[in-house]
Design a protein around this ligand. Structure first.
Ligand SMILES: [Zn+2]
Length: 395
C-alpha cells in the first residue's frame, strides 16, 4: 500500500519518498513510491501532475492511477528502484480540483435540501464541471428562480467558512452518520463533512474550510440521458468568469450608453429600433422601385413588337428582382436589368421571347422561367448583347 500523504495533509505540495519500483510500459514508465502526495484519478476528480526530482534530473509526472491501494505514477523517464526522490505537485491544478470538488459537494447538498434531487455522478472538466441529478419529479431543468435560490443558499453556506472534515469512521459510527448518499465501497470508507449541512462518502481532495471554495456559479441545467445535468464552476474559475463577464458587460454597456443592469432593456430597444427601421426600409424600397419603374417605362424604346428597357442600375441598388417583376406587369415590355454583376431579365405576357435564352445570348450565366430569369454578367458587354438580341426579336 502506498502511504497517501494527501489524506494526512491535503496541502502538502512537496514531499520526499523512496522508489519502490519502476516498470517500463510502452513508451513510458510506471513508478511506485513508498509514499506520495500525487492524487490519482478517481471519484470524478482528475489526477495530479507535477515533477519528481532525483540527482540533477527533473522528471514530469503525466498521469497518476491507483489499483489495490498502490499509486502508480506515469513518467517519461525511468527512476532507479531504491532512489530517494523529492517531488512537487502542480498546486494550481490541485487546488482548482479541490475547489471544484468541494463546491460540487455543497451544491449537491443544496439541490438535495431544496428540491430533493439526488446526485448520481460527478465530472470535473478542464473548464466546466457537471453533476447528473435524478430529480424526484423526473424534471430535467431548474428554472431561473430555482437556480437563483440554489446559488443563494450555496454561496451563503460557503461564506459561513465552516470546516470541511475528512475522516474514516468505524463501521459502528458509519451507521449513525446522516450521509446524503450511501458509500460505493465496503471498506476504508472515507466521509467528507462540510459544516453541519453536508456529509457524503468521498475519496477526493477538498480544502479544509468551505470559505476556500470561494464562489460557485451554476452555468446551466440541461437534460442528459434521463438526468438533469448541472454545469457549474467554482473557486478561482468562478472569480475569473465574473471578471471576464464584467469586462464584456462593460464594453456592451459603454456601447449602449447605459449601466450593466439596464443592458437587457437597452438591447430590447435596439432590437425594436432595428425592426422599425427594417419596416421603413421596405416602404422606401417599394417607393424607389415604383419611381424607377415609371422612369424606365417613360424612356423605353418602342419597337414594332414591344417596348424594350435595358438599364444598368447603381451597384448599391438592392431591389433588382422586384423592379424586373414590376416592369413585366406591362404586357408589352421586355426589361433587361443589371446591378453590379447581377442581371434580372423579365417580359410581359404578350412577348414571346424566352428570358433564359436572352441570358444565354448575352454571354451571362443564369436561368429561370420563360418570363423571368436571373444570373450574373460575365463582362461589361453582357447587357449590350442582351439588348441587341432582344431588339432583333422585337423589331
Ligand atoms: Zn469529494
Amino acid at each position: 500500500m502506498t502511504e497517501k500523504l494527501y489524506y494526512k495533509d491535503v496541502y502538502i505540495k512537496n514531499f520526499t519518498a523512496t522508489v519502490i519500483s519502476c516498470e517500463k510500459e510502452g513508451n513510458s514508465y510506471t513508478v511506485v513510491l513508498d509514499r506520495t502526495a500525487f492524487y490519482p484519478t478517481g471519484g470524478g476528480q482528475p489526477h495530479d501532475t507535477g515533477y519528481i526530482y532525483y540527482g540533477d534530473k527533473k522528471i514530469e509526472v503525466t498521469d497518476v492511477n491507483e489499483k489495490d491501494g498502490i499509486i502508480y505514477h506515469t513518467t517519461n523517464e525511468p527512476i532507479p528502484k531504491g532512489e530517494n526522490i523529492s517531488a512537487e505537485i502542480d498546486w494550481d491544478r490541485r487546488f482548482d480540483h479541490m475547489q471544484q470538488h468541494a463546491g460540487e459537494h455543497m451544491m449537491a447538498g443544496c439541490i438535495y435540501n431544496l428540491f430533493g434531487g439526488v446526485t448520481q455522478g460527478l465530472h470535473l472538466g478542464k473548464e466546466v464541471s457537471t453533476i447528473d441529478v435524478l430529480m424526484p419529479d423526473g424534471r430535467m431543468r431548474l428554472n431561473d428562480d430555482e437556480i437563483y435560490k440554489l446559488e443563494t443558499l450555496l454561496n451563503d453556506r460557503i461564506q459561513t467558512d465552516a470546516p470541511i472534515r475528512c475522516f474514516f469512521p468505524s463501521n459502528e459510527e458509519l451507521k449513525t452518520l446522516p450521509l446524503r448518499k450511501p458509500p460505493t465501497v465496503d471498506e476504508n470508507i472515507r466521509v467528507v463533512a462540510a459544516g453541519d449541512f453536508e456529509m457524503v462518502p468521498c475519496a477526493g481532495t477538498h480544502p479544509t474550510t468551505t470559505g476556500q471554495v470561494g464562489l460557485v456559479k451554476v452555468l446551466s441545467t440541461t437534460p442528459s440521458k434521463g438526468f438533469m445535468r448541472v454545469s457549474f464552476i467554482a473557486g478561482k474559475r468562478a472569480v475569473k468568469y465574473f471578471m471576464d463577464l464584467y469586462i464584456s458587460s462593460s464594453e456592451a454597456a459603454v456601447k449602449l450608453s447605459c449601466g450593466h443592469e439596464a443592458l437587457p432593456k437597452a438591447v430590447d430597444k435596439l432590437q425594436q429600433d432595428i425592426k422599425n427601421l427594417k419596416e421603413e426600409l421596405v416602404i422606401y424600397q417599394k417607393k424607389e422601385v415604383n419611381f424607377l419603374a415609371d422612369k424606365l417605362l417613360n424612356s423605353a424604346e418602342v419597337l414594332p413588337h414591344g417596348r424594350l428597357i435595358a438599364e444598368k442600375l447603381p451597384d448599391e441598388f438592392t431591389s433588382l428582382k422586384q423592379l424586373a417583376i414590376l416592369l413585366a406587369e406591362n404586357d408589352d415590355v421586355v426589361a433587361l436589368l443589371q446591378c453590379g454583376k447581377n442581371i434580372a431579365f423579365s417580359r410581359g405576357k404578350d412577348i414571346d421571347i424566352s428570358m433564359p435564352e436572352i441570358i444565354k445570348q448575352s454571354g451571362g450565366k443564369g436561368g429561370g422561367s420563360p418570363d423571368f430569369a436571373q444570373g450574373v454578367a460575365i463582362d461589361d458587354e453582357c447587357i449590350k448583347n442582351a439588348e441587341n438580341a432582344a431588339r432583333k426579336l422585337l423589331g
